[in-house]
Design a protein around this ligand. Structure first.
Ligand code: NAP
Ligand code: F7E
Length: 323
């Protein structure tokens, strides 16, 4: 039985990855943020399952800011594979919490790499990097060789972690890889990301509990995939024979406006009656033309996205309606 260690296990990706690994017969050890006290709905079903919880799934409160809170469970888990997913992951908030974002997302990655290097039995290490490391790139689509040039504090913190992951691979011989992840969504997405914000609002408007939906720049474009596809990709990177970085993306651009139209269409309402933009919600800097080329992941890992953008938005809207 393989053992995996996941930071950020209660987040969107952490919870799907835990399910995937348990289904593959792994023993899974995960860190959740101590200050939120294991309150996320994403893992509730696994915590409540007596066949799984404390049998093959073990959870520990921790903070990436406190190295001992990571060291003790990591040494106890003695993992074969480490998936480092914990992060202050909101780009907009990174402008208000610059120092915290760099500490948690940047230095937190350094702390974990250093602990991984000191483990008596080597473990394979995955770092959740981001398309935000590219900033507003001149080359489109982006791939593993696109220059790193972040324009947001979050992107800068991820660039630091990405580069250190490469350094630990090249200089310390760690099997350490970056998955350069483009946006990916699901009903478990945090509520302040644009897809979930829109789908929640549309369901609330349909139910008569909300009157309008206020957004920032609805012309903004992203390469949006589905989280379940992407966690399969993360796992594949650590099964590959050599440690290499991989882009995970769909290669397709859509607008925030497209999310609005799909979600309102799913509940048979006319978006024009409910949506307005507000300048205060526009970001100081917002990457443009961020679209990935996943050819390397397809060629070497056999990875391809299977769930479309439209399917994801409809699934998210329906999940909000039934919640
Ligand atoms: P997420 O839902 O925000 O999950 C991140 C988790 O990290 C949360 O459970 C959070 O706990 C935890 N965390 C935050 N600060 C922490 C701290 N100081 N100590 C310990 N844990 C802490 O993010 P996700 O969407 O699953 O993404 C997974 C990873 O991929 C992240 O590193 C993200 O930056 C990266 N990524 C995501 C995307 C995407 O589109 N989803 C794209 C590119 C890269 P709380 O629940 O208590 O906040
Ligand atoms: O914004 C625009 C916003 O916050 C998407 C994270 O997972 O992906 C994610 O970061 C776009 C941006 O995600 C609103 O300006 C308009 O252009 O959903 P988001 P993000 O910033 O792309 C990257 C790859 C990560 O690594 C991150 O961890 O939508 N937008 N109006 C809005 N965004 C929000 N949140 N709220 C609005 O009202």
């Amino acid at each position: 039985m393989k053992r995996a260690f996941i930071t950020g296990i209660e987040g969107q990706d952490g919870s799907y990855l835990a399910e995937l690994l348990l289904a593959k017969n792994y023993e899974v050890h995960g860190l959740y943020r101590r200050s939120t006290n294991g309150g996320s709905p994403n893992l509730k079903h696994l915590r409540a399952n007596p066949l799984v919880f404390q049998k093959t799934l073990f959870l520990y409160p921790a903070d990436l800011d406190e190295v001992d809170s990571i060291r003790v469970p990591l040494e106890k888990a003695a993992p074969d594979e480490i998936y480092h997913l914990a992060s202050q992951s909101h780009v907009g908030q990174s402008f208000e919490k610059v120092e915290e974002t760099c500490r948690v997302t940047g230095l937190g990655t350094l702390r974990l790499l250093e602990l991984a290097r000191q483990l008596p039995r080597p473990a394979r290490f995955f770092h959740a990097s981001s398309s935000e490391i590219f900033g507003s790139p001149e080359q489109s689509p982006q791939d593993e060789n696109t220059p790193v040039n972040p324009i947001t504090p979050y992107g800068c913190a991820k660039a630091f972690g990405t580069q250190l992951t490469k350094i630990y691979r090249k200089n310390f011989g760690l099997f350490a890889v970056n998955g350069i992840l483009f946006n990916h969504e699901s009903p478990r997405r945090g509520e302040n990301f644009v897809t979930r914000k829109i789908c929640r609002a549309v369901a609330a408007i349909k139910a008569g509990r909300q009157k309008e939906l206020v957004l920032g720049d609805t012309s903004a474009q992203r390469d949006w995939g589905n989280a379940r596809d992407y966690v399969r990709g993360l796992w594949l990177t650590l099964q590959h024979e050599t440690p290499e970085d991989f882009v995970f993306a769909t290669g397709k651009l859509n607008r925030v406006q497209d999310i609005v139209e799909i979600a309102f269409r799913a509940v048979e309402l006319d978006w024009r009656q409910y949506v307005r933009q507000e300048a205060a919600l526009f970001r100081a800097a917002d990457p443009r033309q961020v679209v990935g080329n996943p050819a390397k992941a397809k060629q070497l890992l056999g990875w391809e996205p299977t769930i479309t953008f439209e399917q994801t938005i409809v699934e998210m809207t329906r999940a909000e309606l039934s919640a």
